[in-house]
Design a protein around this ligand. Structure first.
Ligand code: APR
Length: 314
């Protein structure tokens, strides 16, 4: 039996995610959908033209806003949104993206009521909270991708600091998916299973944490727009964990019901990802400092969520 993945939003992140899914043959069928006429069709045609060069054979389809073609998707990745324009307030941006997310989620569920939905659109923690509320889906079936990306950036900076192979580094980032809300867990980071503190001094590790937290902003200033290779690959990584039932531990933005002392919020925590989406939340022991940072992060995410109520979207 084949499986089907849909990616909504054929921009930088969405098209990269579709490209990774296609080239790795993670799904047997990949549908890319965008509202901009011909855009998803163009991106898919371009990806398809690499099939004989890269030797893959995934069924690919690009569509302009035709949700009927997404029917029966097992997994749906939502990247649609607009970037902040000059003069636009944060509330206005949240309002615009929330409106888009609401319409997209409703349309997706009309044709794929059993799909597992992964939110990427920013502000991701708040968009996941909104999507979770309006869809009424159980917490395992709708969650946000931020931790996979932030953790990958954390491991990248750790490997540079330790001059080590990045695949031999383990590390997790929890909390909100924002420059000031994410929490790279240094206490849990290891090199070949050995705490990183045995290989680097405190100042070096502090710098790794600071670099990780501004990881996205660093790229935005270098590129002039937000990054896409790592965000797109991180989304595809989560899709693969679901479709291949990998039961990987991936820090993910999940609706909490008392875990980590929080409820009525979607925020990053370590989760086991398999065929049912979020199959388990791992409640790991945090240091007192990490606990305080997590509570602060949750307060900040909640403040952004409150904007949804102020603009009558919830
Ligand atoms: N339905 C479908 N697609 C839409 C809709 C909609 N209602 N509204 C906008 N889009 C599409 C746009 O046409 C565009 O192609 O979403 C795409 C967004 O792509 P980019 O502007 O290139 O943004 P990208 O860099 O891919 O980031 C997407 O992920 O990481 C987050 O902050 C980022 O929220 C942003 C999202």
């Amino acid at each position: 039996m084949g499986n089907k993945a849909t990616v909504v939003g054929a921009g930088n992140v969405g098209a990269t995610c579709a490209n990774v899914l296609a080239t790795k043959e993670t799904a047997s069928e990949v549908v890319l959908l965008d509202i901009k006429e011909g855009f998803a069709e163009g991106k898919i045609l371009d990806i398809f033209q690499t099939a004989t060069l890269l030797d893959f054979d995934t069924n690919l389809l690009g569509v302009t806003n035709d949700y009927s073609k997404t029917a029966g998707s097992d997994v749906v990745v939502i990247t649609s949104g607009v970037p902040r324009k000059p003069g636009m307030t944060r509330e206005e941006l949240i309002g615009v993206n929330a409106g888009i997310v609401k319409t997209v989620v409703e349309n997706i569920l009309k044709y794929s009521p059993d799909a597992i939905i992964i939110m990427i659109s920013n502000p991701m923690d708040t968009m996941t909270y909104l999507a979770s509320k309006i869809s009424g889906l159980p917490k395992n079936k709708i969650f946000g991708m931020g931790g996979a990306l932030d953790s990958s950036r954390f491991k990248c900076y750790l490997s540079k600091a330790l001059d080590a192979n990045s695949n031999e580094i383990e590390g997790m980032v929890i909390g909100g998916h924002g420059d000031t809300t994410m929490i790279p867990l240094v206490s849990k980071a290891t090199y070949k299973g050995i705490p990183v503190s045995e290989f680097a001094d405190e100042a070096t590790l502090k710098k790794v944490v600071a670099d990780t937290m501004v990881g996205g902003a660093t790229l935005t200033s270098l590129l002039g727009t937000s990054a896409w290779y790592a965000p797109g690959a991180a989304a595809a990584y989560v899709v693969e964990a679901i479709l291949k039932d990998q039961k990987k531990v991936v820090p993910s933005c999940v609706a909490l019901e008392g875990e980590y002392g929080q409820k009525d919020i979607c925020i990053g925590i370590p989760a086991v990802i398999g065929k049912n989406g979020v199959e388990k939340i791992l409640e790991i022991k945090l240091t007192e400092e990490e606990k305080a940072l997590f509570a602060k992060s949750a307060d900040a995410v909640r403040k952004t969520n409150d904007v949804l109520k102020e603009i009558n979207l919830l």
